[in-house]
Design a protein around this ligand. Structure first.
Ligand SMILES: Cc1cc2nc3c(=O)[nH]c(=O)nc-3n(C[C@H](O)[C@H](O)[C@H](O)COP(=O)(O)OP(=O)(O)OC[C@H]3O[C@@H](n4cnc5c(N)ncnc54)[C@H](O)[C@@H]3O)c2cc1C
Length: 420
């Protein structure tokens, strides 16, 4: 693995850093004011999007594109340092068409869409004309196990009829969200094995019977794009809206999550860097009991530990990205689980230290820390809870141990031999 960034990535990093500094960061206050007034800051975002598009800072996440599709065609490893820069401002990724869940949805459509589905949904997504959401989790099913999903999708003539309830569906409240990729149980496959029962349907958001019930705040933080509850009541879509094959939804869901999980982790590294920078600045300027906070040994320890932990996590992220590029998403599964665990825990730990250095102010909306902590906490659920990822790592470790059982027999030296 080469630790140096290529010339192309160095150039993009410099360009992106400048874009963030001169165009995105100056808009942060305006973005928050719009949201506080109950509006999605659409005009602001669209203005920045057209600038990013014209500068070719666009679709940086997508390695494989069609000949005419706009984007840089970067590998995951090349994308990682760029996602880190975008992550520094939590709403910035949309400016570059690199935000979840659209990134995962575009990858999924690229993988499985028919030519008609591609021109109706993928092409407008690739140019940022529309937004989308991915609707899997349900209130009545333990959604960390996708096999439990029970929204029904029953074939009726040339249509499917959908009934069910989804929640925490990110992006569904975005004013340009036109498409829901919905996972459900296909009626004819009730007897099939638990991984062959589910399918995905492309559902236009304005289909009769589909309603956004509410935008669920996450620990009292309201996201303007929404983490929404959706109700499907006799929602009818043509059978041609099936994505991939019937009964293959579980497989598709697994394929969708690999790169998306790593993108979250890459952005986390950027957010942790911001928290560490804020922690240091505050420690250097604030005095208590006659000394700057930066002079106290415990605060220096927090700063040093944060630097070490961020750098360790970054290396793990890069290794996962490198493996996805070289061996494919499936081969990188354990690395992806590992980094997903490490990144989510890192974010709450580092932000928690920064909050402590800021004193009570660290808990208010006057700093980004409370939001960053909340997002770190949410990361321990989204794209699968910690425990599921721990199991993936443990199983791989146990399989390796099983394969070489007895390998360490020589390490057990009987005490009598030691004495001789
Ligand atoms: C901010 C946010 C955004 C989200 N966005 C989306 C979205 O866009 N689309 C979408 O479909 N979903 C989304 N989700 C939902 C998320 O994917 C689910 O919350 C997650 O998959 C866990 O499902 P659950 O909440 O039903 O927990 P459950 O499945 O009920 O699990 C509860 C707990 O059980 C334990 N557990 C589960 N499995 C195991 C195991 N194998 N071993 C040991 N313990 C276990 C864990 O402690 C887990 O936290 C989002 C969630 C959040 C917080």
């Amino acid at each position: 693995m080469d630790f140096d960034h290529s010339d192309k990535v160095q150039r993009l990093r410099a360009q992106l850093n400048d874009f963030m500094r001169f165009h995105v960061e100056p808009q942060n206050v305006a973005w928050h004011h719009e949201v506080a007034a109950g509006r999605y800051p659409l005009a602001l975002i669209e203005r920045l999007k057209s600038r990013a598009f014209s500068e070719d800072l666009w679709n940086l996440f997508l390695p494989g594109l069609g000949d005419d599709d706009p984007g840089q065609r970067l590998t995951n490893l090349e994308y990682a340092p760029l996602a880190e820069i975008m992550g520094r401002v939590h709403w910035a990724s949309e400016v570059f068409n690199c935000n979840a869940p659209d990134t995962g949805n575009m990858e999924l459509l690229q993988l499985a869409a028919t030519p008609e589905q591609r021109s109706r949904w993928l092409e407008p997504l690739l140019i940022g004309e529309i937004r989308s959401c991915f609707a899997m989790s349900e209130p009545d099913a333990a959604s960390s196990d996708a096999r439990n999903i029970r929204t029904s999708m029953v074939r009726d003539g040339d249509d499917y009829v959908i009934n069910g309830r989804k929640w925490f569906i990110t992006g569904a409240a975005h004013p340009n969200c036109k498409l829901a990729i919905v996972m459900g149980m296909t009626g004819e496959h009730l007897d099939a094995s638990s991984t062959e029962r589910h399918s995905m349907l492309l559902v236009p958001m304005d289909t009769p019977g589909l309603s956004v019930v509410r935008d669920i705040p996450i620990m009292h933080h309201h996201a303007p794009e929404g983490h929404c509850e959706l109700l499907f009541r006799n929602v009818r879509v043509p059978a041609a809206n099936l994505l991939g094959q019937e009964g293959k939804g579980f497989r598709l869901a697994q394929d969708r999550l690999g790169p998306g999980r790593v993108h979250h982790c890459m952005r986390t590294i950027g957010q942790c860097e911001v928290a560490l920078e804020l922690m240091c600045e505050r420690a250097l300027e604030r005095k208590a009991f006659g000394r700057h906070l930066a002079d106290y040994a415990n605060i220096q320890d927090w700063i040093a530990e944060s630097r070490l932990e961020i750098d360790q996590a970054r290396l793990l992220v890069l290794r996962a990205a490198h493996r996805m590029d070289c061996e494919g998403n499936a081969a990188a599964r354990v690395d992806v689980s590992a980094i997903k665990l490490v990144a989510a825990r890192l974010q709450t730990r580092i932000v928690d230290r920064a909050m402590q250095v800021f004193g009570a102010m660290g808990l208010t909306p006057d700093t980004p820390l409370a939001y960053l902590w909340t997002w770190g906490r949410a990361m321990r659920f989204l794209d699968g809870p910690d425990e599921v990822h721990l199991r993936v790592v443990a199983r791989a470790e146990l399989a390796a141990a099983r394969a070489q059982a007895g390998r360490n027999a020589c390490q057990f030296v009987p005490p009598t031999q030691l004495l001789r």
